[in-house]
Ligand binder design. Structure first.
Ligand code: ZN
Length: 198
């Protein structure tokens, strides 16, 4: 399969490791990169390294951030006693776009999935429990409506409710989780508004 020499083959190989990038796309991207002006290619490589070196997880909400705590967790104007639990950083970004939510977030980085061998221990659940205290007003479970998302919400409810903290679930019928970033802001606002206590 080494039609193009070692360097190009290696580049194609690395690109094809990315999610959703098959062999053909990897080839197309590799040739695109090779045809780029050198500065652009250098900028791309530099962005990858810089992101890798500088982006960390917020020690409070576990979202990706340059600074710890992140800008949301640092903001004194937000309600620090209201926590919305989401699966991925992109879910948080989608809710932030609605400008309807004034609390803080907690990013689990996934959902419980026996199929994918993802257990509760693989998620940032310990970090969530450590944040809860007598001042916590409500935990909103905004994990996806997929089986994984529902399983995760049920699991978290069983852990958090006995602590005497109000637990709610965003309204049903909203394709959240992996599709959440494509859902329009009005739908997301409605899902949040229509949340029900569990
Ligand atoms: Zn944070």
């Amino acid at each position: 399969m080494n039609y193009y020499g070692n360097y190009v083959t290696k580049l194609i190989e690395e690109l094809s490791r990315l999610p959703g990038i098959g062999g053909k796309t990897a080839q197309r991207l590799a040739f695109y990169i090779l045809n780029m002006p050198k500065e652009n290619a250098e900028q791309l490589a530099k962005s990858i390294i810089e992101a890798k070196e500088n982006v960390k997880y917020c020690s409070i909400c576990c979202n990706l951030t340059d600074e710890d705590p992140c800008s949301v967790c640092r903001n004194p104007k937000r309600n620090h006693n209201l926590i919305m639990v989401v699966e991925e950083p992109r879910d948080m970004a989608a809710y932030e776009k609605t400008k309807e939510f004034n609390g803080l977030y907690h990013v689990l980085h996934g959902a419980i999935s026996p199929m994918k061998d993802i257990t509760a221990e693989d998620l940032r659940i310990k970090e969530l429990l450590a944040r809860l205290n007598e001042n916590t007003e409500e935990v909103i479970l905004a994990t996806g409506t997929s089986i994984e998302g529902e399983t995760t919400a049920m699991y978290l409810c069983r852990l958090i409710k006995p602590l005497g903290i109000k637990v709610s679930r965003i309204a049903n019928g909203v394709p959240v989780g992996s599709d959440l970033e494509y859902v329009d802001e009005v739908t997301l606002s409605r899902a949040l508004e229509g949340r029900r206590e569990m």
